[in-house]
Design a protein around this ligand. Structure first.
Ligand code: SAH
Length: 227
C-alpha cells in the first residue's frame, strides 16, 4: 500500500516511521509512505502556502493552488483510491473505516494547519474526510499518523500473528477481553484461575463473556449497533 502524506511539517513523522509496526511494514514492503512538503508546491517566490481569510477573522487559511499542484502531480503518476482530508468536523475514525482503507492500494492524506484549508479543496479535491476525535489539534499530522497506524497494522502480513489483529477490540463488534502474562501471582494479585488451566473451551468461553461484559459496561452503544 502506498500512502502519500501532504503536510507543512513532514518532520513530525520521523519518529513514528522509524518505530514499531510502521517501520516493520515499510521494511517488509507492505507500506510505501511518501512525505510531501506543501511548501515545495508553492509557486510564489516567498514559498507561502497560506493567506488571510476572506471576510476577516483570526488565523490563516491554506491556499488551494499548492494543494492542487501537489495532488495533481501525484495523480499524474498513479491512480488514488482516496484523497483524505483530516478535519475535526468530519466523521470520526472507527475500525470499519480502518478496515476499508486497509484494502486500498494508494491513498493521499492531506494535513490541514492554522485555521484550516480553503473550502474549495474539500469540495473539489478531497474524496473522504476523517476526524480522530472531538477535540482540535494544531495540525493534521498526528491525525494522519493515527490513521496510517490503524490502517497499516490491518494489511495482511504486517502483524506476525494475523489473528492478533482480528482479536483486537472492535473487530468483532466487542471490546477485547483482559489479558495477562506471567507471573501467575504478583503481590497477591492473581491471574484468573480459568486461564491457568488446560481447558481451551472454558478459556474461550471466559474470554467471550469478559468481552461481552466489558462492552456492556464501557461501550454499550456497540451492542445497540448490533441489534
Ligand atoms: N478551524 C478548524 C480547526 C483547524 S485545526 C475548526 O475549528 O474546525 C488545523 C488542522 O488540524 C485542521 O485543518 C485539521 O487538518 C487538523 N485537525 C485538527 N483537529 C483534528 C481532529 N480532531 N482530527 C483530524 N484532524 C484535525
Amino acid at each position: 500500500m502506498r500512502i502519500d502524506i501532504i503536510s507543512l511539517f513532514p518532520e513530525m513523522f520521523a519518529g513514528f516511521l522509524e518505530s514499531s509496526i510502521p517501520l516493520r511494514a515499510r521494511k517488509k514492503g507492505f507500506l510505501d509512505l511518501q512525505l510531501h512538503n506543501l511548501r515545495d508546491y508553492s509557486t510564489n517566490r516567498y514559498k507561502s502556502v497560506d493567506d488571510y481569510p476572506y471576510g476577516g477573522g483570526a488565523g490563516m487559511v491554506i491556499s488551494i493552488e499548492p494543494v492542487d499542484n501537489c495532488i495533481s502531480a501525484l495523480k499524474a503518476e498513479r491512480d488514488y483510491d482516496e484523497v483524505i482530508f483530516t478535519s475535526p468536523d468530519a466523521p470520526v475514525l472507527d475500525q470499519p473505516t480502518a478496515n476499508t482503507l486497509s484494502l486500498c492500494r494508494n491513498i493521499i492524506i492531506l494535513c490541514g494547519h492554522y485555521k484550516g484549508v480553503d473550502e474549495r479543496i474539500r469540495e473539489h479535491l478531497v474524496t473522504r474526510e476523517i476526524s480522530i476525535g472531538d477535540y482540535v489539534l494544531s495540525g493534521g499530522e498526528l491525525a494522519a499518523a493515527v490513521i496510517t497506524d490503524a490502517v497499516v497494522r490491518l494489511i495482511p502480513g504486517v502483524l506476525n500473528d494475523e489473528t492478533s489483529a482480528l482479536s483486537d477490540s472492535f473487530q468483532n463488534g466487542l471490546l477485547s477481553p483482559p489479558v495477562y502474562t506471567r507471573p501467575p501471582e504478583y503481590k497477591g494479585w492473581k491471574v484468573p484461575e480459568v486461564l491457568l488451566g488446560g481447558n481451551d473451551r472454558l478459556k474461550e468461553q471466559w474470554r467471550y463473556e469478559q468481552a461481552l461484559a466489558r462492552t456492556r459496561e464501557r461501550r454499550p452503544s456497540l451492542l445497540d449497533d448490533k441489534a
